[in-house]
Design a protein around this ligand. Structure first.
Ligand code: FES
Length: 147
């Protein structure tokens, strides 16, 4: 079993983050009679999984959901990582595509600064209802009907 200081030193994760991860259910510890945390050694691999997933842009909620798929909430194995990271590929590709589209639209804004709701392509980015006109088209019938 490792103390919180040993885990922090070996993983590079600060004490505060370790406590935060524990509060969020991402890692767990046992308590000594003096109420000090003691972590099993495999928490280091779990932390590596969490940090790596965060590094590729996943939220802690995504990481929590992924870890919850493991039987008995066990530490991810190499094959677990392979399976879970493959499932994230689609979402990461979608994020990359969205960033590329954002970058491509940004060129017309460089040096402009208008941030116009009417003409700036970065305002209401990917607005699926733009073709329905300005405002909140879905709310118009309710407002016009007086409800
Ligand atoms: S800031 Fe002017 S077009 Fe985007």
């Amino acid at each position: 079993m490792l103390t919180i200081g040993q885990v922090a030193e070996r993983s590079g994760v600060p004490h505060t983050a370790l406590r935060f991860y524990e509060e969020r259910g991402l890692i767990s510890s046992d308590r000594t009679a003096g109420n000090q945390r003691r972590y099993p050694r495999h928490v280091l691999r779990r932390l590596a999984f969490i940090r790596t997933a965060q590094r590729v842009g996943l939220s802690l909620e995504d990481v929590h959901a992924a870890l919850a798929t493991l039987p008995d909430n066990r530490t991810p194995t190499k094959s677990d990582w392979s399976r879970l990271s493959a499932s994230w590929q689609v979402e990461l590709d979608a994020r990359i595509d969205a960033l590329r589209r954002l970058r491509d639209r940004l060129t017309s804004c460089i040096g402009c600064g208008c941030l116009s709701l009417r003409s700036c392509t970065l305002q209401n980015f990917d607005d699926e209802q733009a073709a329905d006109g300005p405002g909140a088209p879905k709310l118009k019938p309710a407002v016009e009907g007086g409800t």
